[in-house]
Design a protein around this ligand. Structure first.
Ligand code: CUK
Ligand code: CUA
Length: 768
């Protein structure tokens, strides 16, 4: 210990001063590198446009659907560096998601008919909006397989809520938000009975239904409010995607659909398959809904409840003028409202046109009650010519459309032809086309869903990557391709493989709109956003065991974690006890997360600074269960450990005390004290540097100093204990406490040096 001590500290002390000496630059020239690596001028330009040097930040943050992984991928643009995969519908151990009690409660909200679902098929993330602009507060994402919507708070990028649709058996047309996040749109895909009952397919037309839910959202609480949400009954068509109106179309929503043939399949019975039966008609239906008026009806108590939630039957929707249909191209996919809200664009997967509808014409038709007929459920159909502005030949298999910062400029993904088409929806002219690799699904422009898209970059979320990357077996990574759209011609910049679920939609927000926290308020239940009842302060750690009348016992451990120990380090329980461990991370320093893994109990917690995380299990089998911190949090991280001892029932404690394996002398103790006093001198120098500068003007440094001051306080206490033991002549205890005193000093020094480096790098002023 002593041997390492002074060396380690001088290394620490030197770190701040030798930074400038690092980075001897490679001698090769740009030309040489280009030649050696076979790079063209264009490659180098693309590299320069995407490269973000170490320490620098990206301009945009993307939240991308994680497909079948059930998660949300967060990455930066233009670097395409993945920053985090936010656990949403699927357990994820790094974040403790589905392992701590707090997040298990979130996953439990997503049970379907009592069954726990351990994945999601995430498709469409959507940022919360204020006045049609991303406000940087929340992200919503749907699960297509199990009709659910999740809420992620951008304050900490954690999933806070999962709601299950009370009517649907699948959901595809979500999550899409209205311009002030009044509602989150969520449309069903596979028509199903509204109840959970068995209904034979022979009754498909009468008893199976589609639908569209408007989930009400409370922006202040950051939660969906099922009690205020309402659902439109739709015909048994396969509703596809949705988008909310804005500007002149504010208050309305648009949901396209396919399989308006109402075909039910049965290939094994010799019937033509779904794919034939669902694409036989030339047109399907765009559903137009008036949510603003529906909301008024709900508020006025004029909407009834089914399955405990507001449900607007088609008959009522038609009578109140809330629902209209418009023919769409064959097997349509995607619906996108232009930033100014004047037009709605729909593409047909089996067609080569993007169809541009005029909101003005649609409104006129509704006002004049000019309909060409009704669907089998009595919903009025507006004739195509009374709604269509134009159709533009954009390429075979168009899917989704995004918008530029330039007026009227749109980008449409062309699935079959594997390309992006840039076109003008005002003039109908095609402006440019760019091949992509391969078979693009969605595409996404910067702030592309807002009333003011930023342009600049476009990402193609491709379905196939085929030959783009090093082969790694039959299951290929996904390919997100970054495209520069700042000029007249689109330029491909970068391919990013993603080795998880198939991407669907994504959204990009300006990074400076996000203000995430670096720590929680102390003792925080992050999932419920409130103080945890298990919050524990330093020195107040305790173990409570209580038994009920039947002899069932529960042990609550109120613990803490701080570099580099877990309190308590020894937990004793009895076989059969329910054990509930609660740990509060006492750290305030940035990025000082502690983990907690326990042998054989499926326990792994992530305890970020300030957080309180819990885990509950039954200690079924007697034995010895080591636990430890899973984040390399400090030099003595490996020593951040402990034992859970599960005693057999009726076990009698044998006499005897725990004995250390080492024996120290007075000389050992004195040597350690000498080291500690020298260490203190170095710390004093660092403190003098910090306090002679305007460190209080730097919140990051102020936090570090606060933490360092805490550590020095602990050092003082340990010193006191060492001196008391020394006075008793207990050199073993004296030595161990002297060592602990030094541990606290090292942590204080580490924090102090980080603070000093920060001040030096950020041009702090000398003040005295
Ligand atoms: S869908 Cu996947 S490419 Cu679910 Cu938005 Cu079009
Ligand atoms: Cu805490 Cu490692």
């Amino acid at each position: 210990m002593q041997r390492r001590s002074s060396k380690l500290l001088s290394a620490l002390a030197g770190a701040g001063l030798t930074l400038a000496a690092a980075g001897a630059w490679s001698q090769s020239t740009l030309e040489q590198v280009m030649k050696e690596r076979g790079l063209t001028q264009k490659d180098v330009l693309a590299a320069a446009k995407t490269y973000v040097p170490t320490g620098k930040r990206d301009e945009y943050i993307v939240v991308s659907s994680g497909g079948q992984s059930g998660q949300l991928i967060v990455y930066g643009i233009p670097s395409m560096r993945i920053l985090k995969v936010v656990a949403v519908f699927t357990p994820e151990p790094w974040q403790g998601y589905g392992f701590d009690d707090e997040s298990k409660a979130i996953l439990a909200q997503g049970k379907i008919r009592g069954k726990e679902i351990r994945y999601g098929d995430t498709h469409h993330p959507a940022f919360s909006e204020t006045n049609g602009e991303y406000d940087g507060r929340y992200v919503f994402i749907n699960d297509k397989a199990n009709p659910r919507i999740a809420v992620v708070d951008l304050h900490d990028f954690e999933t806070k809520q999962i709601v299950v649709n009370p009517f649907f058996k699948s959901s595809h047309g979500g999550a899409f938000v209205t311009p002030n996040t009044e509602y989150i749109m969520d449309a069903s895909q596979y028509a199903s009975p509204v109840s959970n009952d068995y209904v034979p397919l022979e009754q498909f037309n009468e008893k199976y239904r589609g639908g569209l839910t408007y989930w009400a959202f409370d922006k202040e609480k950051g939660r969906i409010v099922p009690e205020r949400s309402f659902t439109f009954e739709f015909g048994p068509y396969s509703q596809d995607l949705s988008d909310a109106g804005k500007g002149p179309s504010y208050g309305w929503g648009f949901t396209n659909s396919f399989c308006s043939e109402r075909y039910v399949g049965g290939i094994e019975k010799g019937r033509p398959p779904f794919e034939a039966g669902c694409s036989s008609k030339d047109t399907d239906f765009l559903h137009v809904t008036n949510w603003k008026k529906a909301e008024e009806l709900v508020k006025a108590g004029k909407v009834g409840k089914v399955n405990g939630a507001y449900y607007i039957p088609m008959k009522q929707a038609v009578a109140e003028g809330l629902l209209y249909l418009i023919p769409e191209p064959k097997s349509p996919h995607g619906v996108d409202v232009t930033p100014d809200g004047s037009r709605i664009i729909v593409s047909g997967k089996l067609d080569s046109h993007a169809w541009v509808y005029s909101w003005e014409k649609i409104q006129q038709a509704i006002k004049n009650r000019k309909f060409e007929g009704k669907d089998p459920y009595g919903v009025p159909i507006i004739a195509l010519e009374d709604a269509l502005d134009k159709s533009v030949n954009v390429g075979l298999g168009p899917l989704h459309t995004q918008f530029d910062s330039r007026k009227c400029v749109a980008y449409t993904s062309i699935y079959v032809d594997s390309m992006i088409t840039k076109w003008d929806y005002c003039t109908g002219k095609v402006l440019d086309q760019l091949p992509i690799h391969y078979n693009v699904g969605h595409l996404m422009a910067m702030e592309g869903d807002t009333v003011h898209p930023d342009g600049k970059y476009l990402v193609a979320l491709n379905k196939l990557s085929i030959d783009r990357f090093n082969p790694i077996g039959p299951l290929h990574p996904q390919n997100h391709q970054l495209i520069d759209i700042s000029g007249d011609k689109m330029e491909l910049l970068y391919d990013m493989p993603i080795g998880m679920g198939e991407p669907h939609y994504a959204a990009a927000i300006r990074a400076d709109k996000l203000k995430p926290a670096v720590r929680y308020r102390s003792g925080w239940n992050s999932r419920e956003d409130k103080r945890s009842p298990w919050k524990t302060r330093a020195g107040r750690e305790k173990v409570e065991r209580s038994c009920d009348a039947n002899g069932k016992c529960t042990v609550h451990v109120y613990g803490t974690t701080i570099r580099s120990h877990i309190v308590p380090e020894i937990i004793e329980v009895t076989e059969g006890d329910t054990v509930s461990l609660h740990f509060t991370n006492l750290e305030r320093a940035e990025d000082e997360t502690h983990g907690f893994a326990l042998y054989g109990q499926n326990v792994q917690l992530s305890i970020e600074p300030g957080k309180t995380a819990s885990t509950t299990f039954v200690a079924e089998q007697p034995g010895v269960y080591p636990y430890y911190c899973t984040e390399f949090c400090s030099a003595l991280h490996l020593e951040m450990q402990g034992y859970l001892l599960v005693k057999p029932k009726g076990y009698k404690v044998k006499a005897g005390e725990m004995v250390e394996g080492t024996h120290y002398t007075e000389a050992d103790y004195q040597k350690q004290v000498k080291t500690n006093l020298e260490t203190q001198k170095v710390i004093d120098q660092v403190v003098a540097f910090i306090t002679s500068h305007n460190y209080k003007d730097f919140p990051v440094v102020a936090d570090l100093v606060e933490d360092a001051t805490d550590q020095l306080g602990f050092a003082k206490e340990a010193r006191k204990k060492a001196e008391e033991a020394a006075a008793r002549g207990d050199w073993n205890k004296a030595m161990l406490w002297a060592n602990q005193w030094w541990q606290y000093q090292v942590k204080a020094a580490d924090l102090g040096l980080r603070a000093k480096t920060y001040l030096e790098e950020h041009g702090a002023r000398k003040i005295n």
